[in-house]
Design a protein around this ligand. Sequence first.
Ligand SMILES: Cc1cc2nc3c(=O)[nH]c(=O)nc-3n(C[C@H](O)[C@H](O)[C@H](O)COP(=O)(O)OP(=O)(O)OC[C@H]3O[C@@H](n4cnc5c(N)ncnc54)[C@H](O)[C@@H]3O)c2cc1C
Length: 364
Amino acid sequence: MSEAQQNGSQMPGGAGAAKGGSGPEEKLHDVVVIGSGPAGWTAGLYAARANLEPLLITGDDYGGQVSITYEVENYPGFPEGLSGPDLVEKFKAQAERFGCTVSYDHVSEIVVDEHPFTVRTAQSKEYKTKSLILCTGARPRFLEVPGEQEYTGKGVSYCATCDGFFFRGKELVVVGGGDSALEEGLFLTKFATNVRIIHRRDELRASKILQDRAFAHDKIDFVWNTVVTSISGNENGVVSGVTTQDTLNGSQSHIDTDGVFVYIGHIPNNELYHGKLDLDEDGHLIADPMTRTNIPGVFAAGEIADKVFKQVATSVGQGCAAAMQAEKFLASLEAVGLPDLNEDPRAWPVPGVPERAPELMAAD
Ligand SMILES: Cc1cc2nc3c(=O)[nH]c(=O)nc-3n(C[C@H](O)[C@H](O)[C@H](O)COP(=O)(O)OP(=O)(O)OC[C@H]3O[C@@H](n4cnc5c(N)ncnc54)[C@H](O)[C@@H]3O)c2cc1C
C-alpha cells in the first residue's frame, strides 16, 4: 500500500474530478489515460494542452510508485528535491489546470479489438474512447518481512539510481541474485564502502559478465543460501541491520548494515492486457520508441513498457511522447478514417497527415 493510500489521500477530489454515477457514458472521449504515476500525469497534461480533454483514471495506487518515495532528488527543476507525494500533487495540479479530468477509479477491463475502444471500471463506469494511453506502471516485489515497510525510505530502497547517493561511505546489503541485483550492487560500490549481496541459493541467475564483474570487485561479497527474515533500525529511526536465515540448516544470523536494497523482481501491472495486447516475456507491454503498441491508437508509456530506465524523468518523457502520438493518431483518424486494428500500428499515425487536426491548428 502506498503512503498516499495509508494517508487516505488516494481519493482526493479536485477541480477536474470526474462526476456522475455508474454505467456507460454517452460522451466519446478522444483520449483516456490509465494510471496516475509520472507517465500518466504527463500524458494527461500534454493531451489537455492539445485540447483533447483527456480523462485520466488514477487506479487504486494514486500517484504510483513515486508516492512511496520519501525524497526525489533527481527530477530536474527541483534543485532542493521534494517528497514523492508533493511531486504527484504538482503533476496533478498542472494537468488539471489545462482541463484534464481525473477519475478516482480503477480500470477492470479494456476492449481494444473494436474501435472506439471501451474502458470499464471498478465503479461500474464505462467509457468509449478513440485512443488510449496505458500508464499502469509496475511495482517492486517486496520481501514482506517485518521492518520492510517501516524503513522504506529510511534505509530500505528498491532503486540504487535514486537512492545510492544517500549512502556515501556506508555499508549496504543487496537482496537478490538476478541481473538487477548485480547491476545495482555494482552501481552502489561507487558510494558504499562495502556491498554484501544476500542470495537464497548458492548460484546466481545473473548473466555471466555481471557475475564476473561482481566476483572480481573488491567491495562486493556474497552471502549464499540465505534469506532476510526481518529488518531492524536504530534510535534515529533508520536501518541498522537485518536478521537472516540459512536456507539449508535454518540457523539465524544478524548483519549490521546502513541500507537494504531489494531486487527480487519487478512486476508490471499488466492484468488488463493479457490476451489483448502484446507482452514481452517479463510481462511488459511491447511498445516501439514511438510508444505504439500492436493496436493502432493504443499507446503505452512509463514502466509498463520500460524495463530499462525506470525513472520519474524517463516515465515523464514517455508520457509526453504517448500524448503527442495520440494527438497525431486522432488527426490521422479524422483525415483517413477508422484504422484496421489488425494493421501494422507503425502505419499509424498516417505519415503526411499534419500533427494537429486542422480545427485544432485553427484554434491555436
Ligand atoms: C521506493 C521507490 C523509490 C523511487 N525513487 C525514485 C527517485 O528518487 N527518482 C526517480 O526518478 N525514480 C524513482 N523511483 C522510480 C519511479 O517511481 C518510477 O520510475 C515511476 O513512478 C514510474 O512511473 P509510471 O507512471 O510508469 O508508473 P507508476 O508510478 O508505477 O504508476 C502506475 C499507475 O498506474 C495505476 N494503475 C495500475 N493498474 C491500474 C488499473 N487497472 N486501472 C487504473 N490505474 C491503474 C496505478 O494506480 C498507478 O497510479 C522509485 C521507485 C520506488 C518503488
